[in-house]
Design a protein around this ligand. Structure first.
Ligand SMILES: Cc1cc2nc3c(=O)[nH]c(=O)nc-3n(C[C@H](O)[C@H](O)[C@H](O)COP(=O)(O)O)c2cc1C
Length: 177
C-alpha cells in the first residue's frame, strides 16, 4: 500500500472525537515481515494458551492458530490500535472507558477513510487478549494498551449482504409525559 495513502487514512483517523480532547489513540503500523511475524507469534501464543486452558482439542487449536497466522500473513496491511493509558484525565473507570470509546471512534474513522479509498477492512479483537505479549513483542511503550487491530487492503470479494437486527429491536423512542 502506498505510504501517502496509508498516511492519509491514519491522519483522517486522528480527527475522531475524543473524551476531553485527550486523543488517546496510538497507531502501530506493522511495517516489516519481522514485526508481522512477532505480532503473529504473540497473538497466537496467547490464543493457544487460552484454548489449552479451556481444554480445546489440539487439532482445533492448531487449525485456529494456522488460520489466524494465515489471515495475518495475507493481509496487505496491519495496523494495531492502542490506547495510551497516560492520556487519561483522572483515575476513574468511566475515564478509562471513555479512552477506549475514543480509540474505537478513531478505529471506525480509519475504516471509513479506507473505505472511501476503495479499501476493505476488518477489526480484529485478538490483541485485547494478549496486551502484554503484544506490547513486549513490538517493544511498545508501557502505557500503550493494545485494543485491537485493523487489517486492510483491496477486497478480494464482495462482502455478504449484512443481516441487520430490526430497527424497532434496537431503538426505543422514550417519551415520558
Ligand atoms: C470490537 C470488534 C471486534 C471484532 N473482532 C473480530 C475478530 O476478532 N475476528 C473477526 O474476524 N472479526 C472481528 N470483528 C468483525 C466483526 O465480526 C464484523 O464486523 C461483523 O461480523 C459484521 O460484519 P460487517 O462489519 O462486515 O457487517 C470485530 C468487530 C468489532 C467491532
Amino acid at each position: 500500500m502506498a505510504d501517502e495513502l496509508l498516511r492519509e487514512i491514519l491522519e483522517t483517523a486522528t480527527y475522531a472525537p475524543s473524551a476531553h480532547g485527550m486523543q488517546p489513540w496510538r497507531f502501530v503500523v506493522v511495517d516489516s515481515q519481522g514485526t508481522r511475524s512477532a505480532l503473529g507469534t504473540a497473538l497466537t501464543g496467547q490464543m493457544r494458551a487460552d484454548m489449552q486452558a479451556e481444554n480445546a482439542p489440539e487439532t482445533e487449536i492448531r487449525e485456529r492458530v494456522e488460520r489466524s497466522l494465515r489471515r495475518m500473513s495475507e493481509a496487505p496491511q496491519i495496523i494495531l490500535l492502542c490506547r495510551d493509558a497516560e492520556a487519561q484525565r483522572a483515575q476513574h473507570p468511566a475515564e478509562e472507558q471513555m479512552g477506549m470509546q475514543s480509540v474505537a471512534m478513531a478505529g471506525l474513522q480509519l475504516m471509513l477513510a479506507a473505505h472511501a479509498h476503495g479499501l476493505g477492512t476488518v477489526w480484529i479483537c485478538w490483541p485485547l487478549y494478549a496486551g502484554a505479549e503484544t506490547r513486549h513483542a513490538l517493544n511498545l511503550p508501557a502505557s500503550w494498551q493494545p485494543q485491537g487491530m485493523i487489517l486492510l487492503g483491496h477486497p478480494a470479494e464482495e462482502p455478504r449482504e449484512k443481516k441487520l437486527k430490526p430497527f424497532d429491536e434496537v431503538t426505543i423512542f422514550a417519551s415520558l409525559s
